[in-house]
Write a protein that binds this ligand. Structure first.
Ligand code: HEM
Length: 497
């Protein structure tokens, strides 16, 4: 109404107006309009019918801009990436990251830029083109195949085994170490990770109304306990590394961070101003675990859920593996270009069930605009990746699982049929582990499907495909049977793994 009044009076220049907004009350904001049985990404998608694909709402005293189409998303993430590179401070993420001393939840600053650049450099060192990361992933894939062989014909929840494999890859990168099955430290790590996933950044009430912290709160208590266990473990690894650290060798990410910290302490001009503390080192490693394990494991679980729902897709991947790799050798990273159907399947899983359906919220660091609308400094921006990946204008039958949509007409090469696809985000805050995650997804799935066919245990219903919304969108637990494929029992490779 105010806008119309202003416009009639000629106060508002064309293209200078606020986005449509949900009704809001003082203190509670739009909370009354946000009561819904649907998870937030689906609810926000539904609200488009009433408010259009860009609208705002109030969460307590914070203004949120909800973005549901890829043109606006790219304007925010890429074209105006630096303006929208901030992160909101919340009670739970502040607890998790010692007030934003990590990468994912830290606000945009020179320390954050330095951190990100350094960790990016360290990950690249192990990245594509380097043999060591491939060796690490293949070692874990081989160990996983061994476990599947032992348990074949019985129904197993692959979740813990996938988590162990992915955790060990991150452990090797961060600490140059790995865990055996059943290791006590590893078990406690699994427990605290799940506790953090269940409680952090869910836009829970304490994040909307920080003063609620003064009241007893079960989620916050669990989160504090999990963080305390995580911190003891990180501290232990840190102390061990300090003792064995040498300037001449860089064994892992923790060494790279130690070196950067020492360099900033020695007043090196390139690092002097960024103030890298012990907290920064610990929280950065914590971040890589937090962002690197649950996400990749969840995509693997979704892949398996969709493969048992779609045995024809599984068969097609296996035919591709048989014809391009055969049974005489293991899949390698260099096979990636030759296995378009497997790659297309991974892309389709990332589209249909984005693990991070709302990305991580961004914040406008100055007054700006999106499309024809103005956006005030401090506005929190939520990119609804779910809407982008299920947009009927961009995707034919978006709810249909169809890897073929990512293949060219000949079916022998990859394509991206729509720009409405950002599983790792984009721009300044794009996922730091995208290359690593893609290598893991490719190798783990190729190794498993080369040897096994995944099926539902007799009489069991197919896995639920709706998912459980939290800091990542996870499938509910399900069991599968991993059957060794015909001719594979006798294969020398099978004996090897
Ligand atoms: C399939 C697996 C993964 C998916 C789908 C994924 C997706 C994402 C998404 C959507 C974001 C948010 C981007 C934004 O806010 O605009 C993100 C951020 C991030 N990811 Fe990933 N990720 C995956 C694996 C990994 C791995 C393996 C690592 C670590 C090695 C990692 C490290 C990070 C970090 C540090 C950030 C924060 C970046 C920043 O704020 O500057 N991710 N990821």
């Amino acid at each position: 109404a105010l806008y119309l009044k202003q416009k009639m009076n000629g106060f508002v220049p064309a293209g200078n107006r606020s986005p449509p907004s949900l009704p809001s009350l003082p203190i509670i904001g739009s909370l009354m309009s946000l009561v819904s049985d649907s998870p937030p990404h689906i609810f926000f998608q539904d609200l488009q019918k009433k408010y259009g694909d860009l609208y705002s709402l109030m969460m307590g005293s914070h203004k949120l801009l909800i973005v549901n189409n890829h043109h606006h998303a790219k304007e925010i993430l890429i074209k105006k990436g630096k303006i929208f590179a901030g992160r909101p401070r919340t009670v739970t993420t502040d607890l998790l990251t010692r007030d934003g001393k990590d990468i994912a939840f830290a606000d945009y600053s020179s320390t954050w830029k330095f951190h990100r650049k350094m960790v990016h450099g360290a990950l690249c060192m192990f990245g594509e083109g380097s043999v060591s990361i491939e060796k690490i992933i293949c070692r874990e894939a081989s160990s996983m195949c061994e476990v599947l062989t032992e348990s074949q014909n019985s129904a197993v929840d692959l979740g813990p085994e996938l988590t162990r494999a992915v955790t060990n890859v991150v452990c090797a990168l961060c600490f140059n170490s790995s865990y055996k099955r059943g290791d006590a430290e590893f078990e406690s790590m699994l427990q605290y990770s799940q506790g953090i996933v269940d409680t952090v950044a869910k836009d829970s009430l304490v994040d909307i109304f920080p003063w609620l912290q003064i009241f007893p709160n079960k989620d916050l208590r669990i989160l504090r306990q999990c963080i305390s266990i995580r911190d003891k473990l990180l501290q232990k690894k840190y102390e061990e590394h300090k003792v064995t650290y040498s300037d001449n060798v860089q064994r892992d990410l923790l060494d790279a961070l130690l070196r950067a910290k020492r360099s900033s302490e020695n007043n090196n001009s390139s690092t002097r101003d960024v103030g890298l503390t012990e907290d920064h080192v610990l929280m950065t490693v914590g971040d890589i675990f937090g962002a690197g394990v649950e996400t990749t494991t969840t995509v693997l679980k979704w892949s398996i859920a969709y493969l048992v729902h779609n045995p024809q897709v599984q068969r097609k991947i296996q035919e591709e593996l048989d014809s391009k790799i055969g049974k005489e050798r293991h899949p390698q990273l260099s096979d990636r270009g030759n296995l378009p159907y497997l790659e297309a399947t991974i892309r389709e899983v990332l589209r249909i069930r984005p693990v991070s359906p709302l990305l991580i919220p961004h914040v406008a660091l100055q007054d700006s605009s999106v499309g024809e609308y103005t956006v005030q400094k401090g506005t929190r921006v939520v990119i609804n990746l779910w809407s982008l990946h299920h947009d009927e204008k961009e995707w034919k039958n978006p709810e249909l699982f169809d890897p073929g949509r990512f293949l060219n007409e000949e079916g022998d090469g990859l394509c991206c049929p729509s720009g409405s696809y950002l599983p790792f985000g984009a721009g300044v805050r794009v996922c730091l582990g995208e290359a690593l995650a893609k290598m893991e997804l490719f190798l783990f799935l190729a190794w498993i499907l080369q040897r096994f066919t995944l099926e539902m245990p007799t009489g069991q219903p197919l896995p639920d495909l709706q998912g459980k919304f939290g800091v990542v969108l996870q499938p509910k637990k399900f069991k599968v049977v991993a059957k060794v494929r015909a001719d594979w029992e006798k294969s020398p490779l099978m004996q090897h793994c």
